[in-house]
Design a binder for this molecule. Sequence first.
Ligand code: ADP
Ligand code: ADP
Length: 229
Amino acid sequence: AGRVTFDHVSFAYDPARPILHDLSFEIPPGKTVAVVGPSGAGKSTLARLMYRFYDVTGGALRIDGQDIRQVTQASLRQSIGIVPQDTVLFNDTVAYNIAYGRAGASQDEVEAAAKAARIHDFITATPKGYETMVGERGLKLSGGEKQRVAIARTLLKNPPIMIFDEATSALDSANERAIQAELQGVARNKTALVIAHRLSTVVDAHQILVMELGRIIERGTHAELLALN
Ligand code: ADP
Ligand code: ADP
């Protein structure tokens, strides 16, 4: 389960200014589709439609054949997790912020699930280490640490469909490579939309979409796109 279909999707925040134009593509169950393109191309907007922060204004977006507008909010939130580009954390502990993906989880449950989901690796890799980090408050964290918490929250929720919106952009390049490699492992059996700022971070994607001004201008595997340019 977890096939995502964009069927001639268009979108405008403001009717006078269309942002996305007639986008059609499919993410087969368990595959990763990556989106690259310049800033302002509409990549984050695409991610927001898939998480249903906004509804499409033309065409249809389907999950396993069902129009996303017909799926209940609760069931949608169970099937899809997003690591947004600008993560806003609660001014509470890291443990609480991670558990937010699983409302009502106790501290013990968070600990157990964190271990199972290899969340320890994400947090332990920070200079502060796990013990200090889990007790730290959200607002005190650096951009890179916040991104790690957002990733951990989505991993803990463990939905079949995941969206990563430049999930590693706030990390330094050594950390970015390490986390990207981890994420590729995590996303292996997931249906995933990965927004990237560099083609080199999405080499293994089933398909890469190149976007410009709200349109898909090229698509193919990493090797196919390299051969084109
Ligand atoms: P990208 O992720 O590729 O940088 P975005 O999806 O963030 O692109 O933005 C695409 C276009 O939509 C831009 O012109 C941007 O100004 C506009 N936009 C983004 N978010 C909003 C919003 N909440 N309201 C109105 N316009 C927006
Ligand atoms: P949940 O699905 O866990 O109930 P939300 O749907 O409220 O959580 O938000 C999931 C993540 O997306 C949060 O990190 C939140 O900050 C972020 N977010 C919420 N609204 C928007 C939006 N309109 N655009 C981009 N990101 C958002």
